[in-house]
Design a binder for this molecule. Structure first.
Ligand code: NAP
Ligand code: MG
Length: 492
C-alpha cells in the first residue's frame, strides 16, 4: 500500500485537493447602475416608477437597480411586439430572418466570457459551468434555429406553417441566458416577435442580451424584455395582445397560468418541475455511474428541473456505490462562483436556501440518514453543502418533493420491474437516467419510464437538436429540435 492509499484507507472521505485561488476577472463586465425596460428597441423608464436591486448571491453585494414593470409597461411591450410583427418581421424572407439569428449566435460566442462572468455574478453558478455549458449551449440554440428559419416547409411538409404573432415568454432563475435562448430562438425562427420576462433574481444577462439584439441590428420591437417579479409575469399572461405563452418554472405557477388561459384560445407550453430517478443497475460501470450521479444532482447546485434527485441503486451494489459516492462528494469544492476550480457555487437566493433547509430538516425528522462531507462555507452569501440521504422511504417528503438544491435521496431496488415502479411513482415526469451495460435493458427501461428525456450511461446532456419536455405535472410541449418550432406556428 502506498502512503496515499494508507492515508485514504484511514479516512474514508478524503478532503479536496488544495488549489490556489483562480478567480476569473470581473473587469470584462461593465454594469450600469440602473436599468430600464427594453421596449421597441429602446431603453425606457418604467411607467410603474419602480426599481429594485439585484444582488450577487455569493456575496450579497448589490449589482444594479433593475426596473419592475407594471401593467402599463407590459402593455407597451406587447404593443411594440405587435407593431414589429405586423410591420415587417412576419413578412421578411425567411432566409433574411435566419441571418439575424446567425448574427446573434456569433455575437454570443464572441462575447461569451462577458456573459459567463455576468451569469455567475448574478446567479451564483460556477464559472466553469456558465463558461462551458450555459454559453456554448445558448449560442448553439441560436445557430440551430437559424438553420430552420428558411426550412419550415420542410420541417412541416404540406402543412403551410405560419407564425402566431406575439409570444409572451416567462423564464426561471436557474439557467437565465440559456432559458432565454431556448425561448427566443425558435420563436424568432418561426417568424414571431417576443416579450420576455426574466426571473426576479437573475435579470442581468437578459439585459445584456438587449445589447446583442441591437448589435445584431434586429428590427426594433422583435425582442422586448420586461424585468420585474411574478406580477409582471401574470400581466403578460393575461394581456389580450399575446398569442402564445411559453413558461418555464414551478408546477404551482404553471397551473395558475393554465387556469388563467383556459378558454382564451392562446397557445401554451409549460416546462415545469421534476423529481427524476437516476437508476443504477449492478452491471453498470460504477466509477462512471458515480460521476453521473454527481453531475446529475450537484450540477448547478441542484437547481436543475431535470436533476437526478432520486438515486435508485440495485441492492447488490448498494454499499459499494454509496461508499464511492461519499468519497467523491468529499472532493467537491464549494465556494466562489468566479473561481475556475469551484464545483458548487452559491444558492441562488435566500428564499431558495430556506426551502432547501426546510426539506432537509423534514428528511432528518422523518428518519432518513444524512451525510455531508466536511466543507467550509463562505460567511457571506447563501450556501448549502452537497448532501445525500440514505435510508429513504418512498413516502418521505425528500423522496416526493422537488428540493431544487444539492440534495440527493437514495432508494434501492431488486428487479427492473421494481425500479420502473419506483421511478414512475411521482407526479412528475421530466427526465430519468439508466446505467447498465446492456443495450436491450436501456431500451426496455426507456419504453417503460414515463419521462420526457431519458439518458443512458450519462446524465444532464443537452443538445439543441434534441426535444426536451415533460409528462404529467412536469408540463407539456417540447423545446429543442423540430418539435420546438411547432408551438410557435399555426398550420393552415
Ligand atoms: P416560479 O416561481 O414558477 O418562477 C418562474 C418564472 O415565473 C419567474 O420569472 C417568476 O417571476 C414568474 N412568475 C411567478 N409568479 C408568476 C405568475 N403568477 N404568473 C406568471 N409568472 C409568474 O419558479 P422558480 O422558483 O423561479 O423556478 C424554479 C422552478 O422552475 C422549479 O420548480 C423548476 O423545476 C422549474 N424549472 C423547470 C424547467 C424546465 O425546463 N422544465 C427549467 C428550469 C426550472 P419572479 O422570479 O420574478 O417571481
Ligand atoms: Mg441576483
Amino acid at each position: 500500500m502506498t502512503d496515499i492509499e494508507k492515508r485514504q484507507d484511514r479516512s474514508p472521505v478524503p478532503s479536496a485537493f488544495d488549489y490556489a485561488p483562480a478567480p476569473e476577472s470581473r473587469d470584462v463586465v461593465t454594469l450600469e447602475d440602473r436599468y430600464g425596460l427594453f421596449v421597441g428597441g429602446e431603453w425606457v423608464e418604467p411607467k410603474s416608477g419602480e426599481h429594485e436591486q439585484t444582488i450577487s448571491p455569493s456575496s450579497e453585494e448589490p449589482l444594479a437597480e433593475v426596473a419592475y414593470a407594471g401593467p402599463e409597461d407590459v402593455a407597451l411591450a406587447v404593443d411594440a411586439g405587435r407593431e414589429a410583427f405586423e410591420n415587417g418581421w412576419s413578412d421578411i424572407s425567411p432566409a433574411e430572418r435566419a441571418k439575424y439569428l446567425y448574427r446573434i449566435a456569433r455575437i454570443l460566442q464572441e462575447r461569451s466570457r462577458e456573459f459567463a462572468v455576468l451569469e455567475s455574478l448574478d446567479g451564483g453558478k460556477p464559472i466553469r459551468e456558465s463558461r462551458d455549458v450555459d454559453l456554448p449551449l445558448s449560442a448553439a440554440h441560436f445557430f440551430y434555429y437559424a438553420g430552420w428559419a428558411d426550412k419550415l416547409e420542410y420541417a412541416f411538409p404540406n402543412r403551410n406553417p405560419k407564425p402566431l404573432g406575439v409570444a409572451g415568454q416567462i423564464i426561471p432563475w436557474n439557467f437565465p441566458l440559456l432559458m432565454l435562448s431556448w425561448k427566443i430562438a425558435p420563436a424568432l425562427a418561426a417568424g414571431n416577435t417576443v416579450v420576455l420576462k426574466p426571473a426576479e433574481s437573475t435579470p442581468l444577462t437578459a439585459l445584456l442580451f438587449c445589447d446583442v439584439v441591437r448589435q445584431a441590428e434586429l428590427p426594433p420591437g422583435v425582442v422586448n424584455i420586461v424585468t420585474g417579479d411574478g406580477r409582471a409575469g401574470a400581466e403578460l399572461v393575461k394581456h389580450p395582445g399575446i398569442d402564445k405563452v411559453a413558461f418555464t418554472g414551478s408546477t404551482e405557477v404553471g397551473k395558475e397560468i393554465q387556469r388563467a388561459l383556459a378558454g382564451t384560445g392562446k397557445k401554451l407550453t409549460l416546462e415545469l418541475g421534476g423529481k427524476a430517478a437516476n437508476i443504477i443497475f449492478d452491471d453498470a460501470p460504477l466509477d462512471q455511474a458515480v460521476e453521473g450521479i454527481i453531475n446529475g444532482i450537484y450540477f448547478n447546485q441542484g437547481h436543475v428541473c431535470c436533476a437526478g434527485s432520486r438515486l435508485l441503486v440495485q441492492e447488490s451494489i448498494y454499499e459499494q456505490v454509496i461508499a464511492k459516492l461519499k468519497r467523491r462528494m468529499g472532493t467537491l469544492r464549494v465556494g466562489d462562483p468566479l473561481d475556475k476550480n469551484t464545483d458548487i457555487g452559491a444558492i441562488n437566493s435566500r428564499e431558495q436556501l430556506e426551502k432547501i433547509k426546510e426539506l432537509v430538516a423534514a428528511g432528518e425528522e422523518e428518519g432518513a440518514e444524512i451525510f455531508q462531507p466536511e466543507c467550509r462555507l463562505p460567511e457571506k452569501g447563501w450556501w448549502f453543502p452537497p448532501t445525500v440521504f440514505t435510508n429513504v422511504v418512498q413516502s418521505y417528503r425528500i423522496a416526493q418533493e422537488e428540493i431544487f438544491g444539492p440534495v440527493l435521496s437514495v432508494l434501492t431496488f431488486r428487479t427492473p420491474d421494481e425500479a420502473v415502479e419506483k421511478a414512475n411513482n411521482t407526479p412528475y415526469g421530466l427526465s430519468a437516467g439508466v446505467w447498465t451495460e446492456k443495450g436491450s435493458r436501456i431500451l426496455s427501461m426507456a419504453q417503460r419510464l414515463r419521462a420526457g428525456v431519458i439518458w443512458a450511461n450519462t446524465y444532464n446532456r443537452f443538445d439543441p437538436a434534441s426535444p426536451f419536455g415533460g409528462y404529467k405535472e412536469s408540463g407539456f410541449g417540447r423545446e429543442g429540435g423540430r418539435h420546438g418550432l411547432e408551438p410557435y406556428l399555426k398550420f393552415e
